[in-house]
Write a protein that binds this ligand. Structure first.
Ligand code: ADP
Ligand code: ZN
Length: 847
């Protein structure tokens, strides 16, 4: 090709704001601008630009280049906001796919892929054009606005919001602007994040007599500074100098005055892993199960094939080792990898294992990082300085060059689905599409694969790989653990240090306890006799216990014995949960709180009783029955942030606590070798929900929780308490029998026309007025039904309209429709869905 790069003079831009007619389903709103001379040759696909838009200026992303414009008049791009493209062309293509597939505005899909704070906001400024006159204000709102502007001068939107209600001043400003009383101008605020500069100091005097140079400077810190800086022999962060020499800014300034030191600035990366120390490890010899799986994956990757593997391996079967090998393989090809985990704060172990193998080549990316850290990690990734990105679903959207592999661990996990805001994507499907666009393979791993994935793999669309035995580890690890935990007794005695081959262990036996039988036997405690016995024994031996209950709080509903009144959230149609420690009633939907009432709000009676069971109550009962056991509770009330998760996990994994009580958080990916008893207080929390996935959820949770027991040298067992001992999900989980569960569940799904056999869309409408919500729902149902009929599809493919299971949340009434269709996005794009509907394609729950 020619040497002159062909300069395109027009760009297609998606502005990163809601602009008119950006309705779900409508064609993407691209706008054409021309490239001004000074930006010629600088604008690529993925560039972040500022463009004029009406009277405003907005941020936008270049999504296409052309040498012709579809419109005759174009305005110029105003500026380039970042020298490097903020998105790769592959990401732009992925955003387009997400926009189509999830009926979400394209700009939202693009914005999802930018770290927060890289764009400023559009803001307005309002000021009076002249001294206000009588008669300028025709409404009270206008009067107020004029008074405020008269007193304070020009004000920005954010400032006005603090003084007057937003809708009110905006309307008044528009009216007054039309009559020339005020001017409104639009401007962009500065991006919140920016590269961080640190101030450095350096010793620059080579040939001086130090004593002489320091003459008259009395503080003892001067010689210390000099010694430190000369030893460093180059610029150091001033903070280091302060710390090392016990000095202050003042002292360094004095030395600078005498020409002994010089200041400079340097850019640094804010690195979330800076304080982590990774103990390097090397790949262990694989077990025979791992070897079989690895042979298949390796041959595909080394032949540059890019299939989708579903790695079905029971908990502890060594899936992570497979991920590590696969990552190493693509790195050797000069490519890079993304590794997704359900929730980063629950899986610090994953980061550690990747760090141990790959060191500084690993980046973590998630929303618990500060904005500055996220920005820096994102820029390091974009610059190709990191080869492996580990994180939750948002880590899928980093601008990683040369993507060679995507791994999704615990692929069944519901947290891979984004519920709000749009796009309501599923990270598994987005990962598969991203990998397709990049020509990269995907590994989806789980002990309990989602039925959707399982069916695709069994049909041969994806490659099913299975590992059915649990790895204990090789002799070395067993010996290490034995020494570390000071265990005289293990199930593996005698351990031969020289046995290189890893050993397998059995999955823990699961005992199902029928709670009805407990009641009949007169046991009213929340602990069955079997669980009590197991806990007595474990605690006596200094072993650890996990108690699982997927519900927070002390009592899950509060009822008046006299009139039967159940206390509800005033804003949601939900019973309030009683939280003991502060004697409060809390709404688990909107976080509404009120003090515990002394009397029934309806009849004034004082016989208020608490029913239902939550983790708080479980913890209290443990204290009561085993007062000397140290207990930790791990749920959203005790662990609201990253640090709290880490602290709880640390206390428990180092053996400082004996009993861990928790919600589903404890089911995720923990490897705790001293846990010998896992008690499921109630297996039934999800079982009775009117959701077609109730069985799948229950099975997954129970199987994962059961997987926490018996991972160490001491063996272990699981006690599963239930009122439904014969339910197939409970029985299959107790037998560790995924295949039996899947067979039974799939038969039900097929019969009912549910996923994976049909796809679903959930459409929800919320309104403050119940009748308006209903009318909206009925109107859309009518439209959808006739669209189905036109295409010769049965009207039964539309379920509803009906009030949603959560019929009122935060004072809004909710109606819902469920649509079954093979290609739901395509079908719905043809139907104009009125504004205000929340469209969820492939919802993870229908409640
Ligand atoms: P999974 O991800 O399937 O739950 P892990 O990869 O966490 O399983 O493996 C469980 C345990 O077995 C871990 O402690 C891991 O270090 C160990 N392990 C896995 N593979 C091997 C191997 N080939 N040799 C020795 N130990 C292994
Ligand atoms: Zn509420």
């Amino acid at each position: 090709m020619g040497s002159e790069p062909f300069v395109k003079s027009f760009v297609d831009v998606i502005v990163l704001s809601p602009v008119k007619s950006t309705v779900p389903g409508a064609a993407a709103q691209t706008f054409t601008y021309h490239v001004p001379d000074e930006l010629e040759g600088c604008l690529d696909v993925g560039a972040l630009v500022v463009v004029p838009f009406g009277s405003r200026r907005l941020y936008g992303v270049v999504v296409g280049l052309s040498d012709e414009s579809p419109v005759s008049e174009t305005r110029p791009v105003e500026s380039l906001a970042d020298d490097e493209p903020v998105l790769t062309p592959t990401q732009v293509a992925l955003a387009r796919w997400m926009s189509r597939e999830y009926l979400a505005p394209l700009w939202r899909c693009l914005a999802l892929m930018l770290p927060p704070g890289v764009t400023g906001r559009t803001d307005v400024q309002v000021e009076l054009t002249r001294e206000a006159e009588a008669g300028d204000a025709r409404t009270e709102a206008q009067e107020q606005l004029i008074t405020v502007l008269g007193a304070k001068g020009a004000l920005r939107g954010g400032q006005l919001n603090r003084l007057l209600p937003r809708k009110q001043w905006q309307r008044a400003a528009d009216q007054l602007a039309r009559r020339g009383v005020v001017v409104k101008s639009s401007f962009l605020t500065k991006p919140r994040v920016r590269p961080r500069q640190v101030r450095t100091v350096e010793w620059v005097a080579s040939d001086v007599d130090v004593d002489e140079a320091l003459d008259g400077l009395r503080s003892a810190c001067y010689p210390a500074i000099v010694e430190f800086l000369r030893a460093e022999g180059g610029p150091v962060d001033v903070a280091w100098a302060y710390a090392e020499a016990g000095c202050q800014r003042y002292h360094l300034d004095k030395l600078a005055e005498r020409g002994l030191v010089a200041f400079d600035t340097e850019e640094t990366w804010r690195d979330p892993l800076a304080d982590e120390t990774f103990v390097p490890d090397s790949p262990p010899p694989l077990t025979s199960d791992q070897q079989t799986v690895w042979d298949e994956i390796q041959s595909q990757i080394s032949n540059l094939k890019s299939p989708i593997f579903l790695l079905h391996g029971i908990t502890g079967s060594g899936k992570t080792e497979i991920y590590l090998r696969a990552v190493a393989e693509v790195l050797a090809q000069g490519k890079r990898a993304i590794v997704l985990v359900p929730e980063i704060s629950l899986t610090p172990q994953t980061v550690h294992r990747f760090g141990a193998r790959f060191g500084q080549r690993v980046a973590v990316f998630h929303s618990a990082l500060t904005e500055g850290q996220r920005y820096d990690v994102w820029r390091q990734i974009r610059a190709g300085l990191k080869d492996i990105v580990v994180g939750p679903r948002s880590a899928l959207f980093v601008p990683l060059p040369r993507l060679g592999l995507v791994v999704l661990d615990e692929e069944h996990d519901a947290s891979y689905k984004q519920e709000a805001p749009p796009p309501r994507y599923h990270a598994r499907d987005a990962a598969v599409e991203l990998a397709r666009l990049a020509g990269a393979p995907v590994i989806l791993g789980s002990a309990t694969p989602s039925l959707v994935s399982y069916v695709r793999a069994r049909r041969g669309e994806w490659t099913l790989l299975e590992m059915e035995r649990r790895v204990m580890g090789h002799a070395r690890r067993i010996a290490d653990l034995q020494a570390r935990y000071n265990l005289p007794r293990t199930r593996f005695i005698p351990v031969h240090e020289d046995a290189a081959e890893a050993r397998y262990i059995e999955l823990p036996p699961v005992q199902v306890v029928d709670l009805r039988a407990e009641l009949r036997a007169g046991n009213r405690s929340i602990f069955s006799r079997a669980l009590q016995g197991a806990m007595d024994e474990a605690l006596r031996r200094g072993e650890q216990v996990i108690l699982f209950l997927n519900r927070r709080g002390t009592a899950t509903f509060v009822l008046c014995r006299d009139c039967g009144h159940v206390i509800h959230c005033p804003r949601c149609e939900m019973p309030l949960t009683y939280h003991g420690p502060r004697a409060r009633l809390v709404c688990h939907h909107c976080d509404y709180r009120q003090p515990q009432p002394e009397r029934c709000p309806r009849c004034g009676g004082d016989r208020i009783r608490y029913f239902g069971l939550g983790t708080e109550r479980v913890e209290r009962e443990v204290h009561r029955r085993w007062p000397e056991a140290r207990t930790l509770r791990w749920d959203r009330d005790t662990a609201r942030n990253h640090a709290a998760h880490a602290a709880i996990l640390h206390l428990f994994s180092t053996g400082l606590a004996h009993v861990l009580v928790g919600t589903q958080m404890i089911a995720k990916g923990l490897d705790l070798p001293l846990v010998t008893v896992v008690g499921v207080i109630s297996a039934d929390t999800a079982l009775n929900l009117p959701d077609f996935r109730a069985g799948e959820r229950t099975f997954q949770l129970l199987a994962q929780v059961a997987g926490r027991a018996g991972r160490g040298l001491l063996g272990g067992r699981v006690i599963l308490q239930t009122y439904h001992p014969d339910h197939y999900a409970v029985v299959a989980a107790a037998d560790h029998d995924y295949a039996a569960f899947a067979a039974r569940e799939l038969a039900f799904r097929r019969e009912q026309g549910y996923p994976p056999y049909r796809r679903l869309v959930k459409l929800v409408y919320e309104d403050a007025s119940p009748s308006r919500a209903q009318a909206e729902a009925e109107a859309l149902a009518e439209i959808l039904r006739s669209a189905l009929t036109r295409r010769g599809l049965p009207a039964t493919d539309l379920i509803g309209p009906a009030p949603a299971f959560f019929a009122r949340l935060r004072d809004r009434y909710r109606w819902q429709l469920l649509l079954r269709h093979a290609e739901p996005a395509e079908f719905l794009r043809a139907v104009q869905i009125p504004a205000g509907w929340r469209v969820d394609v492939d919802p993870v729950g229908v409640l």
